[in-house]
Ligand binder design. Structure first.
Ligand code: ATP
Length: 373
């Protein structure tokens, strides 16, 4: 690479991009910690690729600055940045074998002795036995690994990956997610990965920036985003969430008390936005797998202190690892419940009157009026 390889975080300050009157990326500040696996996650058109391309230097920001470590690289052309990009289309040279595809960057820089470095890269991506193959003789996943090796051989400070697994079928995609994660851990450089697949981002990334409409709606570790979404968009984009309309009736303690559908629920104050903690309307969130079901006749056996709402089962489907129920409840139009490992004869049938109950600690509170639109 070049002498700009200074190490450090990737820092975007006030970065934005407009095309004519259309704003693809609103001014954003974002820090990608050095050595982390970072995902930009969002639906098609949310601005994630544009953001990645501004880091690469392939797109000129309308406003803002791109730092790599302490160095302002905003005006540097792509080839002068210590950054490399892997695209969904592997862009391998079809007439060169795998060895020469990987060696290409070194040869272009005039490196004479490439054998050791190419060998190390082949080992890293576990393709040592394919060195003499041509790209068309490899599977999609293997070709993608060659693309990664080719991008890593110049020791970039940052590897940018733009939907690199998008062309693979689901099974191979899952394998490659683990493989890319292993490679990143082994080489220890910063990976910035663009994907629209929430499971992919959650599996691989240390930190995820969830983008919507050209903005980062929330940034955090996967488990934190899942357990403490701050907007309905994030709650719904990362898995399924029940959102129950409720009214705050007690504030001030470690738990808020709200009323929903005539009953009372508790939710931890520290899992609510500041606006919710002052009272008023709230959307009470709880993930379907956190809820248990009891037949209404057995409601007396539910432990004290659990949140509970009544309902009637309207649908149940057995999907192997779990049984998924849809429940009509006065507290919310239709609530989803996923129950795992239950015996066939204890499954509840549509029409059954039930009580849904869960640990209040698994409840979060959203201020729907604050959602970014
Ligand atoms: P996808 O997953 O579909 O690639 P994305 O989240 O990566 O989506 P971007 O490619 O960053 O989205 O595009 C963001 C928005 O900017 C889109 O609405 C897109 O149509 C628009 N856009 C991107 N490039 C240009 C361009 N050169 N001229 C005009 N509009 C553009």
């Amino acid at each position: 690479m070049t002498d700009t390889n200074t190490g450090g975080d990737v820092r975007l300050t006030g970065i934005s991009k407009t095309y004519g009157s259309f704003t693809a990326v609103h001014p954003l500040d974002l820090t990608v910690p050095q050595g982390s696996f970072f995902a930009l996650l969002g639906a098609s058109g949310c601005g994630k690729t544009t953001t990645l391309r501004m880091i690469a230097g392939l797109e000129e920001p309308t406003t803002g600055t791109v730092f790599l470590g302490d160095k302002d690289v905003t005006d540097l052309p792509p080839y002068k940045r210590p950054v490399n990009t892997v695209f969904q289309s592997y862009a391998l040279f079809p007439h060169l074998d795998i060895y020469e595809n990987i060696a290409f960057g070194l040869r272009r820089r005039g490196v004479k002795s490439v054998k050791k470095q190419v060998g190390d890269m082949l080992d890293l991506v576990q393709l040592g036995d394919k060195a003499k193959h041509k790209p068309h003789q490899l599977s999609g996943g293997q070709q993608q690994r060659v693309a990664v090796a080719r991008a890593l051989i110049n020791h970039p400070q940052v590897l940018l990956l733009d939907e690199p697994l998008g062309a693979l079928d689901l099974k191979l995609r899952r394998q490659m997610q683990l493989e890319l994660k292993r490679i990143q851990t082994e080489v220890g450089i910063t990976f910035v990965h663009v994907t629209h697949d929430q499971e992919e981002a959650m599996t691989m990334a240390d930190q995820v920036a969830v983008m919507n409409g050209g903005r980062v709606e929330q940034l955090g570790a996967p488990a934190d985003l899942y357990e403490n979404p701050r907007t309905t968009f994030v709650a719904n984009f990362l898995g399924t969430s029940n959102l129950i309309e409720a009214e705050v009736v007690e504030t001030g303690g470690t738990d808020l008390v709200v009323t929903a559908g005539g009953g009372k629920l508790r939710l931890p104050a520290d899992r609510c936005s500041a606006a919710v903690r002052t009272g008023g309307k709230v959307l009470v969130g709880v993930r379907p797998e956190k809820i248990s079901l009891a037949h209404a006749d057995d409601a007396g056996e539910i432990a004290e202190g659990r949140n509970r709402v009544t309902g009637r089962i309207v649908d149940s489907s057995f999907i192997g690892v779990s049984t998924q129920y849809a429940v009509n409840s006065p507290a919310g139009a239709e609530l989803q419940v996923y129950e795992q490992n239950i015996e066939r004869d204890t499954r509840l049938a549509p029409g059954a009157e039930v009580v849904l109950h869960w640990n209040p600690a698994h409840t979060f509170g959203l201020d729907a009026t604050q959602d970014i639109d």
